[in-house]
Structures are given as structure tokens and as C-alpha cells.
Ligand binder design. Structure first.
Ligand code: HEM
Ligand code: HEM
Length: 187
């Protein structure tokens, strides 16, 4: 499932395409796209929407007991894809300035993406079925100490990753309201 890393290749490809677009705009306008300009703003908004999707979609599918749509493995790959491409668009949105609350929001975004990579690594240490649950056959062959460690690490990782996500979205909403008010409405 996650072992073929397909989602990482696709995310890299998408980031390269977006970089090409960004480079094109830079060459045409001969300026770094401003965070509040049309292109920079669109990057921020689209990137933010992808991040929101990252935060919500996988969790909903995971928590829904009756849901049968799509395998969990595919949902997690989609989560990782949007969890990389969204933050990358947001990074290009910043116009390479990182002041105040917006800068802090970006820092939290970087932290959650890095934390995601750590989580992805721990996640793949536990043998699973395509539906994300532990594979009873393969788990049975693992040394119990290694398995207990991986489970404990995964639980610890969840208790860190989830609050960072919540703090991040609180800050992002505050930044959006502030940015729209000061940079857009007051102009
Ligand atoms: C997680 C998502 C986001 C992050 C991490 C982020 C981060 C940033 C950063 C670092 C800056 C530069 C601040 C500076 O000048 O030092 C910025 C500027 C700005 N952002 Fe965002 N942003 C996000 C989403 C959004 C969204 C969704 C909107 C619009 C609805 C938005 C609107 C703006 C505007 C208008 C500016 C320019 C402010 C100015 O020129 O004074 N941002 N953002
Ligand atoms: C905007 C960026 C991201 C946000 C907001 C985010 C948010 C979340 C949340 C809220 C969960 C908990 C899901 C649940 O248990 O209900 C989660 C789980 C997870 N995320 Fe992310 N994530 C992001 C990026 C990433 C990235 C880039 C990766 C991998 C490179 C990643 C890998 C994972 C993994 C492996 C899990 C655990 C899945 C499980 O235990 O079922 N995330 N993420």
C-alpha cells in the first residue's frame, strides 16, 4: 500500500508543475508574486482548501463505521498527496515573507508536514491490510516487542500530530480574517 510511495511521486510531480507555473508568472511579471495579488492569493486559497481537505477527509472516512467507499489505503495516499501539495502552494503564497501570525501559521504548516513524514514511516512499520487495519497473519509473525514499540510510537505520534493540526487551523483562520480585513478591505 504505502510501500510503493506512489503518492510521494505524484506529489513531487504536482509540485514541479506548480513551480513551473510560478516560474512562468515570475518571468512574465518580473516580480515575486505578492501574497495579496491575484496569483499569490489564489495559491494561498487553493493551498489552504487542500490542507482543509487533508485535515477532514481522511478522519471522516476513518471514523465512519458504515462507510464503504474507497479503501483506507487509497484515502491515506490521497491524504498525503494533498498534505504535501497544499502546504507547497501555501509556501509559494507567502512571497517569502514570514512575519507575525502568518509566519507562525506557516511554521506550524511545515511542522505538521514533517511530522506527517515521521508518522508515515511509523505507520508502515506495522503490517496492515488494504483497509488500514493490522494484518492478523503478518502481525502474528512479528516479534511482539517490535510490534508493541511501533504501536506505542504511533499512539504517541497521534497525540502530537492532531493538536498541531488544530492549532494550525485556528491560526490560519485568524490570518485569513486579518489578511482579508487589513490587506483587502482597507485598501
Ligand atoms: C495555512 C494557510 C496560510 C498560510 C500559512 C499563510 C501564510 C502567509 C504568510 C507567511 C504571508 C506573508 C506575511 C508577511 O508579509 O510577512 C501571508 C500573506 C497574506 N496572506 Fe496568507 N497564508 C495562508 C492562507 C491564506 C488565505 C486562505 C488567504 C486568503 C483568504 C490569505 C491571505 C493573505 C494575504 C491577503 C496576505 C498579504 C498580507 C499583506 O500583504 O499584508 N492567506 N500569508
Ligand atoms: C496539511 C497537512 C496535514 C494535515 C493537516 C494532517 C492532518 C492529519 C490528521 C488530523 C490526522 C489524524 C487522522 C485520524 O486519525 O483521524 C492525520 C493522520 C496521518 N497523517 Fe496527516 N496531515 C497532514 C499532512 C500529512 C503528510 C504530508 C503525511 C505524510 C507524509 C501525513 C501522514 C499521516 C499519517 C501516516 C497519518 C496516520 C494515519 C492513521 O493512523 O490512520 N500527513 N493527519
Amino acid at each position: 500500500m504505502l510501500r510503493n510511495a506512489k503518492e510521494l511521486w505524484l506529489a513531487t510531480l504536482a509540485c514541479l508543475l506548480i513551480t513551473g507555473l510560478y516560474g512562468g508568472v515570475f518571468l512574465l511579471t518580473r516580480a515575486i508574486p505578492a501574497a495579496s495579488g491575484f496569483f499569490g492569493h489564489s495559491l494561498g486559497l487553493l493551498g489552504f482548501l487542500l490542507m482543509l481537505l487533508t485535515e477532514i477527509a481522511y478522519t471522516l472516512r476513518k471514523r465512519s463505521r458504515s462507510a464503504r467507499w474507497g479503501r483506507m489505503a487509497d484515502w491515506l495516499q490521497f491524504h498525503i498527496f494533498t498534505g504535501i501539495v497544499g502546504p507547497y502552494m501555501v509556501l509559494l503564497h507567502t512571497s517569502w515573507k514570514f512575519n507575525g501570525l502568518a509566519g507562525a501559521t506557516l511554521l506550524m504548516t511545515v511542522i505538521i508536514v514533517l511530522s506527517g513524514f515521521v508518522g508515515r514511516y511509523i505507520y508502515t512499520r506495522i503490517p496492515r491490510t488494504a483497509d488500514g487495519i493490522e494484518d492478523p497473519g503478518l502481525v502474528g509473525q512479528m516479534q511482539t516487542a517490535a510490534l508493541a514499540n511501533a504501536r506505542r510510537l504511533m499512539a504517541l505520534w497521534h497525540t502530537l500530530h492532531i493538536p498541531i493540526g488544530m492549532a494550525l487551523f485556528t491560526a490560519a483562520f485568524a490570518h485569513m480574517l486579518g489578511a482579508i480585513y487589513y490587506a483587502t478591505l482597507l485598501k
